[in-house]
Ligand binder design. Sequence first.
Ligand SMILES: Nc1nc2c(ncn2[C@@H]2O[C@H](COP(=O)(O)OP(=O)(O)OP(=O)(O)O)[C@@H](O)[C@H]2O)c(=O)[nH]1
Ligand SMILES: [Mg+2]
Length: 539
Amino acid sequence: MKTSQVKALERIYRRRIPASQIVTGELARYLTEISQEIRRQVGLIIDRSGAVKYVIVGDDREIVIPDLSDFALGRSGLRGLRCVHTHLQRDPLSTDDLTDLALLRLDLMVAIEVGEQGLPGEVHYGHILPPNRSGKSVEVLKASSIYELDLDLASFLRALERELEMKMAETVDLSDTREKAILISVSQDSRRETEDSLDELEELARTADVVVLDRFVQRPRRINPKYLMGEGKAREVVISALQQGATLLIFDQDLAPSQVRSIAALTDLKVIDRSQLILDIFARRAHTRDGKVQVELAQLKYILPRLSGRGIALSRLMGGIGGRGPGETKLEIDRRRIRDRINRLERELKSLSRGRLQRRSRRAKAGVPIVSIVGYTNAGKSTLLNALTQSEVLTENLLFATLDTATRRLRFPQEREVIITDTVGFIRKLPPSLLGAFKATLEEMEDADLLLHVVDASNPRFEEQVSAVERILLDLDLDRIPRLLIFNKVDLLPADEVAALCRRFEALPISAMDRNSFEPLLEVLEKRCWPDSQRDNGS
Ligand SMILES: Nc1nc2c(ncn2[C@@H]2O[C@H](COP(=O)(O)OP(=O)(O)OP(=O)(O)O)[C@@H](O)[C@H]2O)c(=O)[nH]1
Ligand SMILES: [Mg+2]
């Protein structure tokens, strides 16, 4: 381009378009003339006040819109920016134009044809549609020339925003500031497994205080390594998510760092995966110093490999849900500082772990048997500990109510006692980094003389949960410790079913809510802990 042409383009930044017009006839002509001269598309990004934010020069077929994530979406989900650009041929809006419109949530996408002698010709313009039954995301219109374009932009946008907000209000509460998520699963597992896992992801989201708007399942024959799903599908999902007013995409599968980056490049929606969601829940729920250190460590280790170069805004990675990143870490943190912090936390963890070791060895010396309660999250482990030992460990109908080990004494007659510890719940696809991070907490289990594997027998998927727990015990090398299978929540099942289940799995039935159901369990506990002595039935 000649200097004079560059200058001519730069001068456009000084212009201001009246709020009622998409673009003035005069400016349109200015654009088409330059376009004609340089044989390239020219585009403008214009805000609601009529100020020109970007002047973009493309090639003869397309323009590339710069990153607009600094311009936040409004309440209606529009970005408050329109794109007006030239088309050298007599072409309607291209697929890319329409995808940009929908993905970037522009007010309008406008293409002005460069007509004869560089005069403005036909105008094609598209706008976003509210969610509708046809599934269409955009509407495209046309005028024979910019002078024929009879549209008061300000009132058109007001009406469009009103309609978008009204439609959105049917499904989401716009005053609700919680994150709104779309769940996505791309998997080659069976349909049933995929759905089960998504149900659990939905529970996790609920635990993290996230509203779930919708879910997408794709079961491709081949996994696309770049976006996990196919590129077209990825666009489609993002567009629909935006249309529904989502703020967050949660993948049920773990995303490789490069996948997070590719998907995040499509949209400024936050993108997280199952592990990150679990980490986030852990971060909110850890209360002890030990727990906090372990979670922050896991979060930092998760983030580190995802921090390659620029590209993806750190805030979006660190943010987790609702902007709660690990500890004090903020935007300006770089990789080196993260590494330093990891080292510091690891040292702290070691010293915390030494303290634990001392406590443990003291206990071991005292010769008191140790029983650890393990099991899937929400099985009722803490409720059982509380009921057995009359204590008040937090219980909740949420996943991962317990993160920190709680240790209590259970007294038996004849001045005998056992130490019972409650532990963090297990879950399938537990992120390996977390398992590692919780090793310190899980160490407690290594000393156990007996593991009480508590199962929520009322859960339709209890069998899978049992095997998930057993697999994790195996991974932790804890399968050598004797185990007792306890079927909990039997108050929710018919008695004959309970009897049959317990026979089949050689399990003991209890209801942690009902102390009267503990007799058989206590009897077995006593026998296992003191095999040599007779149970004292009196006093
Ligand atoms: N109906 C019924 N509900 C129970 C029983 N035991 C526990 N619950 C409920 O199950 C939910 C989970 O109980 P928790 O004791 O928090 O479960 P947990 O295994 O410690 O869970 P995490 O710490 O999250 O891994 C709570 O809402 C309890 O009230 C039972 O025997 N019967
Ligand atoms: Mg618990």
